[in-house]
Design a binder for this molecule. Structure first.
Ligand code: NAD
Length: 268
């Protein structure tokens, strides 16, 4: 195999993407389908799943199957793995992608319930999925791979977004520890740390922060871009390309890493 051929993801991978019915997760799911993988997604949004399955059906793709499930609900996670067994018959790649922005605000005014929900979705759920996935990943033909979506907020401090930042740092701790624990079983564990990714989610984040600081949306957006060395947002496709690379022979030596795909966000 030439080095160039090593950049192509392994064929026939069985991939589970959490929160995969829209946003970055869906771009990752479609990228794996394009690479010849079989993909199952789960998502808490019925609308997003219905839309996804309708598109799949109308384009006669039927390449992605889906389970309606809240990743922070352990019983729902069990249902997802029942469907993974039926639809994929095993698992090569887990993409722990589902995540929420959490509340924006000072620590002294933060609602405890919102803090707990952010920890439940962004951290606890990654544990629920990893613990169920590992026995399957141990049987993966080319070795198993777990890819966790962290964030640049998982390598930099992020004032007024403390639950989000704390959970995204925690994801890196989970990633680095699992990489050591599971390496002897030929399972690689890495995190991707997107920066400011183009799309509706970041528009909501910028709006909330603008409101918090009493600025206009435009001024807040300018402020965000000034902190990125490349002076532009990252695309979901750039994040998905990194996930594909991690599942190619070229990525087979990479484990225990938190890889920033962010145009080098300097400060948050
Ligand atoms: P998004 O909000 O656009 O989409 C996330 C998907 O997850 C949606 O389909 C949503 O329905 C689903 N979801 C949300 N809560 C869920 C739950 N409890 N159970 C199951 N599904 C749930 O988010 P995104 O921008 O695509 O982000 C994906 C991941 O990337 C997240 O972990 C996020 O923290 C991370 N990230 C995003 C950005 C960004 O700028 N968009 C930056 C850094 C990190």
């Amino acid at each position: 195999m030439t080095v160039l051929q090593m950049l192509k993801p392994h064929a026939g991978l069985r991939v589970l993407v959490t929160g995969g019915a829209s946003g970055i997760g869906l771009v990752i799911a479609r990228a794996f389908v394009d690479a010849g993988s079989r993909v199952h997604v789960c998502d808490a949004s019925k609308d997003a799943i219905d839309t996804l399955l309708k598109v799949e059906e109308s384009a006669e793709l039927n390449a992605i199957t889906a389970t309606l499930a809240d990743v922070s609900d352990r019983a729902a996670v069990d249902r997802v793995f029942d469907d993974v067994a039926t639809q994929l018959g095993g698992l090569d790649v887990l993409i722990n992608n589902a995540g929420i922005a959490g509340p924006t605000g000072g620590i002294d005014e933060m609602d405890v319930g919102e803090w707990e929900q952010t920890v439940d979705v962004n951290l606890n759920a990654q544990f629920y999925f990893a613990r169920r996935a590992v026995p399957l990943l141990k049987e993966a033909r080319e070795g198993g791979s777990i890819i966790a979506l962290s964030s640049v907020a998982g390598r930099l401090g992020y004032a007024f977004r403390t639950p989000y930042s704390a959970t995204k740092w925690a994801v890196v701790g989970l990633t680095k520890s699992l990489a050591i624990e599971l390496g002897p079983d030929n399972i690689r564990v890495n995190a991707i740390q997107p920066g400011i990714v183009k799309g509706p989610r970041i528009e909501r984040v910028i709006s909330a922060r603008a409101q918090q600081l009493g600025l206009s949306y435009e001024d807040m957006e300018k402020d965000y871009l000034a902190k990125i060395s490349l002076r532009r947002m990252t695309t979901p496709e750039e994040v998905a390309a990194t996930a594909l690379f991690l599942c190619s022979p070229g990525g087979s030596g990479i484990s225990g890493q938190a890889i920033s795909v962010c145009g080098n966000v300097e400060v948050l």
